[in-house]
Design a protein around this ligand. Structure first.
Ligand SMILES: C[S@@+](CC[C@H](N)C(=O)[O-])C[C@H]1O[C@@H](n2cnc3c(N)ncnc32)[C@H](O)[C@@H]1O
Length: 374
């Protein structure tokens, strides 16, 4: 019999949350997407997985008594990049399908001690125009009413990996008293502090500013994760794409070429409004980071690698394996055979080292009964 703490992984995708929850055993996972289900099974063959809508599950489908329930619920409706319908709208309503199960388990005396919701930063402010932050307040209020102490952290994968990927982790822990200490930890961003200030007093009474150790300085940059130049397919004629670069971005390329050193950058096509007109732009960064991986829904969501070397500029698409490395996944991870499926899997996922830092610094100590907040 296992003596490790146990977890359920909801909205599990390819199971990256489980990869980061070191020392915690996933005893049940769920996702509705068949491609995600295949990726999960290929990489976690021994873990019970149920493919289907979370709203189709009942507590009878859930084995044992979990110590922790993890939800990486879909972010489209709260993403700043998308239509801001809010958590109760469309797919993001799936969070409530998950929460209904937590309530059911609690009623049966097998509720998890710890609940984690991972989402985009837009959750801090999403809601109707007149009610900024309504969704965040609704989530925290539900957790507080269920007897949890609630806090949140804004963690950027860039602390550990060469990818800019800020994400919100709402962490609810039972049996941890709310603490008087204020914000100030490495993951208490101004956006989070502002969102906390908007919460109703009843929710603030159940709030804790969870603290994690300051992560060590990142020692990896984008170039270190890329395939060798000779192993990848470069665009035959990148000029058309490069002409989409706005003056600032052209200047970045010029500076990279002028440096005489090999410079590796990352680029996305984006639609921008200039002089009242929508225009396609290529936006390039040479700061050692990739842009936030996104799911390939159209051409603009595909990330490019730009290499300036020996007076020339070469451009190619980021590969699925490189995307996996940018999420902190080892090369032993089995990716789907199609590049677009691999990119979708990784673009949707949670960065493994962020989950690991959260687990080691907060979740595991809380499950072991240690102190978790300031
Ligand atoms: C943001 S992704 C999370 C991915 C995961 N954390 C990982 O590391 O791969 C959200 C996932 O929720 C799944 N999903 C969306 N709506 C769902 C629903 N109603 N029931 C079950 N799964 C759902 C999607 O298929 C997607 O894989």
């Amino acid at each position: 019999m296992s003596i490790r703490p146990t977890a359920y992984e909801f909205f599990a995708g390819g199971g990256l949350a489980g990869l980061g929850m070191t020392g915690i055993e996933t005893i049940f996972a769920n996702d509705m997407d068949p491609a995600k289900a295949r990726a999960f099974a290929a990489n976690h063959p021994g873990t019970p997985f149920r493919q289907g809508d979370v709203w189709g599950l009942t507590t009878a489908d859930l084995p044992g008594r979990p110590d922790l329930a993890w939800a990486s619920s879909p972010c489209q409706d709260v993403s700043l990049a998308g239509a801001r319908g809010g958590l109760e709208a469309g797919r993001s309503g799936a969070f409530w399908g998950f929460w209904r199960l937590v309530e059911g388990l609690t009623a049966e005396g097998r509720g998890p001690r710890v609940v984690v919701l991972e989402n985009v930063i837009g959750l801090l402010t999403s809601g109707p125009k007149t009610e900024t932050g309504r969704d965040f307040a609704a989530v925290c209020a539900a957790m507080a009413q269920a007897g949890y102490t609630v806090g949140a952290l804004e963690m950027d994968a860039a602390c550990w990996l060469p990818q800019s990927r800020p994400r919100l982790f709402v962490v609810a822990i039972k049996g941890e008293a709310p603490r008087a200490g204020g914000p100030g930890g490495p993951f208490h961003s101004p956006r989070l502090v502002a969102a906390h200030a908007r919460l109703p007093e009843t929710v603030k009474a159940a709030w804790a500013w969870w603290r994690l150790p300051q992560p060590p300085r990142r020692n990896l940059d984008l170039a270190a994760l890329l395939e060798p130049d000779a192993a990848v397919a470069w665009l035959d004629d990148p000029e058309g794409l490069l002409t989409l670069a706005a003056p600032l971005h052209r200047a970045r390329i010029a500076a990279a070429l002028a440096s005489g050193r090999r410079a590796v950058g990352a680029a996305y096509r984006r639609v921008r409004v200039e002089n009242g007109r929508k225009v396609q732009r290529l936006e390039i960064r040479f700061d050692g980071l990739a842009g936030c991986l996104r799911t390939p829904a159209g051409g603009s969501s595909r990330q490019y690698v730009v290499v300036c070397d020996q007076g020339r500029v070469r451009v190619r698409r980021l590969t699925g394996r490189e995307a996996a490395r940018l999420m902190g996944v080892s090369d032993a991870y089995r990716l789907p055979p199609s590049e677009s499926a691999a990119l979708k899997l990784m673009g949707d996922a949670v960065a493994v080292p962020a989950v690991r830092a959260l687990t080691e610094g907060l979740l595991a100590p809380a499950l072991a009964g240690g102190r978790a907040a300031a």
